[in-house]
Design a protein around this ligand. Sequence first.
Ligand code: SF4
Length: 340
Amino acid sequence: MFIPKRIIFEKDVLHYPMAQAILETFKDKPHTQIIQLSSNRIKAHIPGDELATQFREGKRTLVVDTKKSLKFQSCKPSAHYQLPLVSGCMGQCEYCYLNTNLGDKPFVRVHANIDEILCQANKYIEDRLPEITLFEGAATSDPIPVEPYTHALAKAITFFGNTSHGRFRFVTKFNDVDSLVHLPHHGHTEVRFSINTDYVISAYEKGTPSRDKRLEASLKMLQAGYPLGFLIAPVFIYPHWKEDYHELLELLKVQLPQKLNFPITFEIISHRYTLIAKNRILQVFPETTLPMIEKERQFKYGQFGYGKYIYPKETMDEIKDFFIHEINNLFTHKEIKYII
Ligand code: SF4
């Protein structure tokens, strides 16, 4: 669970039950400062003159506000829309896309008007009838660390469990899933766990649970009947990478039950970076050992007008061949969604 150093309540947000529950949870905690804004100047309350400090303090800050615009972002190709529950994350993954996406506002932000958000989701579902509409709940965050006091995922899962044409998915690296296992999800929410080798987790994913804890949580969700997937990302090439990723997949295989109600899905993403991300990462994590040397990569133009540095073609082919072979060998009831 994310215990913030400070919680900033936006003006008027305490009318909402979620905001009241968060205040109740933390009001007597000695190490959490409670700030109730009279204006909406959030950043003035987060200390730090330079980026690295602002980043670290921002990551320890929870902002409770309402989602003003109820126009949902699209989320192609993995879903039709983003479901705006949370943005930002307490994790310290050095490669995280949020490092650049959230700019100088890396704080965790939860939206207290969850009922209005789900009502809006229902409108999007109705607009697309008789098609199924899929929503992604982790496009700008990892929603699990704040779940013990927001209960936003629980509400969303229950809401989608009761809809005939709405589906939900989210991804997490965190293992605090006990409050989700008994929900009436009716198979309408797909939970994906982001996993990686011990080497990658200890080198680059600070502030996140171990590989074994994530696997344990994934089995709990599987036993609770949720459709389950694994996001193996980012894949790094380092000495013994094949042995380590093989060990990871084999560990997963021996823990999975023989009989599965849904195929286990796999999404595999190799490490890539933009120059904007690299510059920012080097400012925030000056000691990083992330492999970001342009001459060891190939440049690929991106769909949003900026390019990424990905592994060279021969390495990309090797990654694809390796994971296709391993997953096909080890798992029977499975679906490889993509390897990029
Ligand atoms: Fe980013 Fe996910 Fe790590 Fe959070 S857990 S910092 S969202 S990569």
